[in-house]
Design a protein around this ligand. Sequence first.
Ligand code: NAP
Length: 242
Amino acid sequence: MLKGKNVIVTGAAKGIGKAIALAFAREGCNIVLNYHSHVDEEVIREIEACEVTCKPVQGDVSDFSFVSDMIKEVKNELGSIDVLVNNAGITKDMLLMRMTEEQFDDVINTNLKGTFNMIRHVSGVMLKQKSGAIINMASVVGINGNIGQTNYAASKAGIIGLTKSTAKELASRGITCNAIAPGFVETDMTAVLKENVQEAILSAIPLKRAGKVDDIARAAVFLAKNDYITGQVLNVDGGMVM
Ligand code: NAP
């Protein structure tokens, strides 16, 4: 069902984004792999080993004109854009009272504005096609809030509002838009957390294990395959939020 489709994954050089890109490649999809600072050749080779095309594009999703140019180029080269996965994201944790304006702006610009930029430019292509699936990476923190993450929680809660509004605007043209809310997933983003913080989070997970990047990737493929689900937030969190 996904074979031959063109999929854009942002921030796909490592972590959850890389797992998502590989999962779609295994389904036979061509991958536009957006990366920010660096991507290992090995990642591109792994995708191409699935006998699909991999087009790496370096750039910052928070840059409106970069995103516009990237989407024009992808549309010209590949013809269609069938799935967009807005995965790129950062944290800059700090208690509210000590958070700088820059820490707040950076996280909002990458996570929330970056997701808007991508949807804003891809939606024109999908509207003309009258089909498409958009999947945004939220977080359980956007639902429950978290100490030290007012910037990140605001960005992820914003992504949930953006997801539902986009779903309503684009539904009549056969385009779905959903969010995934991961809990605690083992990646570079969570590896920086202190051991006692990691232990406290783990003890609050009913399924008693951290999430793996493939747990999230499977959810993204599931949402892309099901064109009767839209405007939803799918928690993939071992039961952290229920
Ligand atoms: P990660 O390993 O740190 O990967 C994040 C990726 O995003 C990196 O490849 C990074 O590239 C890229 N990126 C950052 N800023 C970017 C920008 N401006 N433009 C394009 N790409 C950019 O983190 P992860 O854990 O895989 O997280 C992936 C997504 O899942 C994020 O949206 C995150 O908020 C969300 N999430 C993660 C967890 C978790 O427990 N890990 C939980 C809930 C939600 P550079 O390194 O080159 O900057």
